[in-house]
Design a protein around this ligand. Structure first.
Ligand SMILES: Cc1cc2nc3c(=O)[nH]c(=O)nc-3n(C[C@H](O)[C@H](O)[C@H](O)COP(=O)(O)OP(=O)(O)OC[C@H]3O[C@@H](n4cnc5c(N)ncnc54)[C@H](O)[C@@H]3O)c2cc1C
Length: 406
C-alpha cells in the first residue's frame, strides 16, 4: 500500500500537529506520520509538560490548545518566577501553562481526527524520496514492511530534520549547552510538605542537593507537576551523547533511569514529603533540545530574536518575527520545515519553546496548503497571499498587533 496526499507532515510533535491542522483547515488532504502511538513529541512523550511562550501567542492554535487544556482542567496557568530569572535563562517568557501530558495527547489526537487528518502511527520515516531536487514523499518502515507515502509538499516536523537530512538539504548539528535528559515523574509525594521543607531553609536544601549531586554526578531539580502528588523532572542535564546514534541513545536511556532511581531513593530518605514516593514513569522519549538544524533561505540570529527584529516576510510575529526563509531549505524544493529544527542560529533558543513550535507548525501548514492550492513551489509562494491567510493565526490581526505594539 502507498499513500497519496497533498501535504505529508513528518512527525507528530506540537509543530507537526499544528502544521497538519492548519493545512487541513485550508482544505488540503493531509497525512501525518508518527513513529510512536501518540502525539505531542517532547511536549508529552518527553514529559516537557510546560508550555512556555504562551502569552506571546494568545492567538491561533496556541490560543486554541492553551485554552482548551485549561478548560479541561488538565493544566495550571502560572506566572513564571521573576522577569530577571526568565531573562537570565535567555527567554523572554513570563507566563506558562503546566499541563497533564496524557490529557494533551488525547486533546491533540481529537483535534487531528476532527479536522479529517489521516493519521499513521507506529510508522518510521527512514528517508525522503527526491526527484530532480524536489521532495516527492517519504519512505516508511513499519510492521507492514517498507512503504512509500507521496505528497505534493512534505513538512519536516521530526525535530531532528530526518527528512531534510536525507533529502540532501544543508543543515548544522549542535550539542546544546544544556545537554539532554530523561524526564521522569514521581508519585505519592506530599508536595506541600516537600516545598515547605525546601523553602524553610534554602541553604539546608541546597546542601542536600550538593550531596545528591555527588551521588549521581549531576544537579537534580524537581517541580510540582500539573497533577496532585506527582513531581516532574524534565531530566538532569547530561552531555556527550549523540542521539542520532542508537548506541548513544541506549546509553542515555540507561543512565537517565539510573539517575532517576538514585534520586528517588535519596529524596525518600532525606526530604520530608517524599517518604512514600514511587516512580510513576520514565519519559517514553528522552529530552532533546537540538540535533540537526536546517540551514535555510534565512537563518534567524539570537540578536534578532532578543532585539525583536522585524521582517517584511514575517510569517510568525510576537515580540520578534520569524521570516518565511527560516522554513525553506536553500536548494531542495517540495519541502518546508517546522518546529525545533527550523533555520536558526545556535542560541536562538526562544524558537524551540513549545509556543513558538506550535506557531511555526501552523505557519508551515498554511504555507504548504497554499502552495498546493496555487500549484507553486513553497519558495515561490506569494508572501502577501501567505501573510493574508495567516492573519489571526500566527500573525496577529492589525488591532491586536497595535495593542501588543508589534
Ligand atoms: C529538557 C528540555 C526542557 C525543555 N523545557 C521547555 C519548557 O519548559 N517549555 C517549553 O515551552 N519548551 C521546553 N523545551 C523545548 C520543547 O519541549 C521542544 O523544543 C518542542 O516541544 C519541540 O517540538 P517539535 O514538535 O518541534 O519537536 P518534537 O517534539 O521533537 O516532535 C517531533 C516528532 O516527530 C516524531 N519523529 C521524529 N523522527 C521521526 C521519524 N523519522 N519518523 C516518524 N516520526 C518521527 C517524534 O516521535 C516526535 O513526535 C524543552 C526541551 C527539553 C529537551
Amino acid at each position: 500500500m502507498s499513500w497519496r496526499s497533498d501535504v505529508i507532515v513528518a512527525g507528530g510533535g506540537v509543530a507537526g500537529v499544528a502544521a497538519a491542522i492548519a493545512a487541513a483547515r485550508q482544505g488540503a488532504k493531509v497525512l501525518l506520520i508518527e513513529r510512536y502511538g501518540q502525539l505531542g513529541g517532547m511536549a508529552t512523550g518527553g514529559l516537557i509538560t510546560v508550555l512556555l511562550g504562551y502569552e506571546r501567542y494568545e492567538f491561533g492554535l496556541n490560543k486554541e490548545i492553551g485554552e482548551e487544556i485549561l478548560n479541561q482542567k488538565a493544566a495550571v496557568l502560572e506566572v513564571q518566577a521573576t522577569r530577571e530569572w526568565v531573562e537570565d535563562m535567555g527567554y523572554t517568557s513570563i507566563k506558562r501553562i503546566k499541563f497533564d501530558g496524557e490529557q494533551m495527547k488525547y486533546l491533540l489526537e481529537r483535534m487531528l481526527v476532527d479536522e479529517g487528518v489521516e493519521l499513521l502511527y507506529h510508522t518510521y520515516i527512514s528517508k525522503a524520496i527526491v526527484e530532480g531536487g524536489e521532495v516527492r514523499g517519504v519512505i516508511l518502515e513499519s510492521k507492514a514492511g517498507r512503504q512509500a507515502a507521496l505528497g505534493k509538499i512534505v513538512i519536516d516536523a521530526t525535530g531532528d530534520g530526518d527528512v531534510f537530512a536525507t533529502a540532501g538539504a544543508q543543515y548544522e548539528t549542535e550539542e546544546h549547552p544544556w545537554g539532554l535528559g530523561l524526564g521522569h515523574r514521581f508519585g505519592g509525594v506530599d508536595i506541600d510538605r516537600a516545598m515547605k521543607y525546601m523553602k524553610d531553609d534554602v541553604k539546608r536544601y541546597a546542601a542536600l542537593m550538593d550531596q545528591l549531586e555527588k551521588k549521581i554526578g549531576v544537579r537534580y531539580h524537581w517541580s510540582p507537576s500539573a497533577r496532585r502528588g506527582i513531581t516532574l523532572c524534565m531530566g538532569p542535564r547530561l552531555y556527550n551523547f549523540n542521539v542520532l546514534d542508537p548506541r548513544d541513545s541506549t546509553r542515555l536511556e540507561i543512565r537517565g533511569k539510573e539517575i532517576a532511581m538514585k534520586a528517588l531513593e535519596f529524596l525518600r530518605e532525606n526530604v520530608p514529603g517524599f517518604e512514600d514516593a514511587f516512580i510513576v514513569e520514565f519519559a517514553p522519549q528522552f529530552g532533546i533540545r537540538v540535533t540537526r538544524r536546517l540551514v535555510g533561505e534565512y537563518i534567524l540570529s539570537t540578536e534578532e530574536v532578543k532585539s525583536g527584529a522585524r521582517f517584511d516576510d514575517a510569517v510568525v510575529r510576537s515580540i520578534y518575527d520569524v521570516p518565511y526563509g527560516c522554513f525553506v531549505p536553500k536548494e531542495i524544493d517540495g519541502l518546508l520545515v517546522a518546529g525545533r529544527c527550523i533555520s536558526m542560529a545556535p542560541g536562538a533558543d526562544e524558537l524551540r519553546l513549545i509556543g513558538p513550535c506550535i506557531a511555526t507548525g501552523e505557519a508551515a501548514g498554511v504555507a504548504a496548503a497554499l502552495s498546493v492550492k496555487h500549484g507553486v513551489k513553497p519558495r515561490a509562494l506569494d508572501i502577501d497571499v501567505l501573510q493574508e491567510a495567516l492573519q489571526g493565526k500566527t500573525l496577529p490581526k492589525a488591532e491586536v498587533a497595535a495593542a501588543m505594539r508589534v
